[in-house]
Design a protein around this ligand. Structure first.
Ligand code: SAH
Ligand code: SF4
Length: 433
């Protein structure tokens, strides 16, 4: 877009083109986007030439609906169509229908370094793969993001290098299922077929990619998300252990603690398998490794006892943190087609409240264990509540708040923890690193 002469503006009232990047994971996300679109259409009433474009997963899911039936956008671009944006804008200008929801098997945007806006200049995300080949029955991602493809490791390492040179000190490698990252020169083949064609030496798996990024610089922290319980390997855990700058934190979504529900969700692991993975993490990386989860309350046919299994799994694991949702049926998914969304909303909400309440207790217990301990913290900027305080995170991904003094963002400091809430650790700096 910049090559075509476009530039960013801070206010949407000034814009000639507004792109709204969208999520389709739950109905609530889509409702939020609809409210934003209504606001932008108000602006458009006084500015008829304004182009409103919808990008990403909701665009992909609804295809032409927002443009042709609802007439609330001028342009529709799915997750694999961003290279086409200047062309699509031109098509709108010429009075044509501007829609591209083609899903690619190859597009990884490997050669495009994102322009980072609203950045703290310290931490950045790097996309390492796109799409998802799993078919969790509740999930819309395989339909909106398409097939899984891994990005060329050279371009990932290069992006990490450039970020480090620009002053960034932490990168998070992003993918829906990072453990199935696999790049081979023959990108169309996966697994065994790729090994036969390319030879094992040319293939890069996730553990190897992690190690390559960790070697960019010892002062560049590396995180990643999301790990899938069925795919995470001991090789990844040992790679984490081998590098001080790979953060000791794993987001390992369980979704449910009940084996029948997990089967119904098509997660392809059971409660015991999940707990074995937790044991492997504790065994290889120790108690200090942060672990978090995603949980879905009230999935189709979930009984009260099965919900109790989720609560008891939480008791066993003692997560540091969790993202928690009640089940939201997504059109087109396996669950929407095959299963009845039969847990009443009030029950879903009550079960979710119980899950959230339990997590709050666990977060507080886990944080209290840290009082008196000392952590290396990368400073990300002022704390949310006060400019007199700074905030950063420790390796286990816990937010740490401490008096500002002369310290600055981007610095590493050693902080001794003196107090905590369920959400944050509070402390004071002992020394610079
Ligand atoms: N790839 C990641 C998840 C990405 S979606 C993984 O497999 O763990 C992020 C989270 O949204 C999921 O982990 C799940 O907990 C939640 N989610 C996805 N679809 C949902 C739905 N239909 N209703 C409620 N929560 C959902
Ligand atoms: Fe969705 Fe499952 Fe893929 Fe995660 S692994 S994105 S939940 S289909």
């Amino acid at each position: 877009m910049q090559e075509q002469g476009f530039d960013l503006t801070a206010s949407h009232e000034q814009a000639d083109v507004i792109f709204i990047n969208t999520c389709a994971i739950r109905d609530k996300a889509e409702q939020t986007i609809r409210k934003r679109l209504a606001q932008f259409n108000q602006v458009k009433n006084n500015k008829p030439g304004l182009i409103i474009g919808v990008l990403g997963c909701m665009a992909e899911r609804l295809k032409t609906q927002l443009l042709e039936e609802e007439k609330i956008v001028d342009l529709v671009a799915g997750p694999d169509a961003y290279r086409d944006l200047p062309q699509l804008v031109q098509e709108v200008d010429e009075g044509h229908r501007a829609v591209n929801t083609f899903l690619s098997r190859e597009e990884t945007y490997a050669d495009i370094s994102p322009v980072r806006v609203h950045t703290n200049g310290v931490t950045a995300f790097i996309s390492i793969m796109r799409g998802c080949d799993n078919m969790c029955s509740f999930c819309v991602v395989p339909f909106t993001r398409g097939r899984e493809r891994s990005r060329d490791p050279h371009s990932i390492v290069k992006e990490a290098h450039v970020l480090f040179q620009q002053g960034y000190r932490e990168v998070t490698l992003l993918g829906q299922n990072v453990d199935s990252y696999q790049w081979s020169p023959n990108t169309t083949l996966k697994g065994k077929a790729a090994i036969e064609k390319s030879g094992t030496t040319d293939i890069v798996n996730f553990a190897q990619l992690l190690s390559q990024v960790a070697q960019v610089h010892p002062d560049l922290r590396v995180r990643f998300s999301t790990s899938h319980p069925k795919d995470i390997t001991d090789e990844v855990l040992y790679t984490m252990k081998a590098y001080d700058n790979i953060c000791k934190y794993i987001h390992l979504p369980a979704q449910s603690g009940n084996t029948r529900i997990l089967q119904h969700m098509n997660r392809t692991y059971d409660r015991n398998w999940y707990l074995q993975k937790i044991l492997a993490i504790r065994h290889i990386l120790g108690e200090g490794c942060g672990i978090s989860s995603d949980m879905i309350a009230g999935f189709c046919s979930e009984t009260e006892e099965e919900h109790q299994d989720t609560l008891s799994l939480m008791d066993v694991v003692q997560y540091d943190f969790a993202y928690m949702f009640y089940y939201s049926e997504r059109p087109g998914t396996l669950a929407a087609r095959r299963y009845e969304d039969d847990v009443p909303l009030a029950v879903k909400k009550r079960r979710l409240a119980e899950i959230i309440a339990k997590q709050r207790v666990h977060s507080l217990v886990q944080n209290k264990k840290n009082i008196g301990q000392q952590f290396q913290v990368l400073i990300e900027g002022p704390s949310k509540r006060s400019d007199e305080y700074l905030q950063g995170r420790n390796s286990a991904n816990k937010v740490v708040i401490f008096p500002k003094k002369h310290y600055q963002k981007g610095q590493y400091v050693n902080v001794r923890i003196t107090d905590c809430t369920a959400a944050t650790l509070l402390g004071r700096v002992i020394s610079c690193v």
